[in-house]
Design a protein around this ligand. Structure first.
Ligand SMILES: C[S@@+](CC[C@H](N)C(=O)[O-])C[C@H]1O[C@@H](n2cnc3c(N)ncnc32)[C@H](O)[C@@H]1O
Length: 248
């Protein structure tokens, strides 16, 4: 993997102005329903890998006892402030070994940072090892190879005397690799002063539905996919993947 984006290190303190926790209520509920419907028992414990600023967790924690893992200490720090009741651990989803199992494992858009088949297989193995028999792992990549479209979006918020705006530009997929490049520009203000203007590249993995099903099966999961349902997205514009771990 390339070095971590500045967004998750030196700019992490601005994350919740780029991606506010309150925007995640609807999708967190969708993931919760997906987990509950696929788990063979009522799930109580949930491990999230690549939990970032803890936005999904800020909603899911009302339903699950959660452990949040991220590779970036700066993201864990802002998530701890938002979710002080959750356990936080620094770790890499490809290599983490907690020697514990959870009723369910969740990897949201952080899975996009798995840019090779080998990395994606490793993250899926980590999820498998940490999932109880009869439990489920839910993976929510932003796109598959089939659903990917180049796009341009912008957004950002103000809070107190600070504000951030961003432009996000995703180019055509890189033809030789299963990846796409997104260039992001962030402009930050404090009062009336612009205190930063930063641009950087994010490289994301893109895998076909068939790859997902193959990798989940290889790890030992029974694979399932469901269409992502979200009020402001067209049904079928993306898909999420579930790995059902067979009961012993
Ligand atoms: C878009 S953010 C996740 C935001 C999260 N969905 C939320 O609800 O706040 C992506 C996160 O993935 C993390 N990440 C990237 N590669 C990782 C890895 N190999 N292991 C664990 N975390 C990783 C980054 O540090 C970053 O915090």
């Amino acid at each position: 993997m390339e070095s971590l984006p500045k967004l998750y290190t030196e700019l992490a303190d601005w994350w919740h102005l780029l991606s506010p926790p309150e925007d995640y209520a609807e999708e967190a509920e969708f993931y919760r329903q997906g987990i509950i419907s696929a788990c063979q028992f009522t799930p109580r414990t949930l491990l999230e890998l690549g939990s970032g600023g803890g936005n999904n967790a800020s909603h899911l924690k009302q339903h699950f006892e959660m452990t949040l893992v991220d590779i970036a200490p700066e993201m864990l720090a802002i998530s701890r402030e938002l979710n002080p009741e959750c356990e936080h651990i620094q770790g890499d989803m490809r290599t983490l070994r907690l020697n514990r199992q959870y009723d369910a494992v969740f990897i949201h858009d952080a899975i996009d940072y798995m840019t090779t088949a080998s990395d994606l297989r490793s993250a899926i193995s980590t999820a498998y090892l940490h999932c109880k028999p009869g439990g489920v792992a839910l993976f929510a990549p932003d796109d598959t190879l089939e659903s990917f479209q180049p796009s341009t979006t912008h957004g950002g918020r103000d809070r107190g005397n600070r504000g951030l705006r961003y432009l996000e530009w995703t180019w055509e997929r890189n033809p030789q690799h299963n990846t796409c490049t997104t260039v992001m520009v962030y402009i930050m203000r404090q009062g009336n002063e612009v205190v930063g203007c930063v641009q950087e590249r994010h490289l994301y993995g893109l895998f076909s539905k068939n790859d997902w099903q193959t990798f989940l099966t290889e790890a030992g999961f029974k694979p399932r996919s469901i269409l992502f349902e979200y009020s402001s997205a067209e049904l079928g514009s993306s898909e999420i993947f579930l790995g059902l771990k067979p009961a012993k």
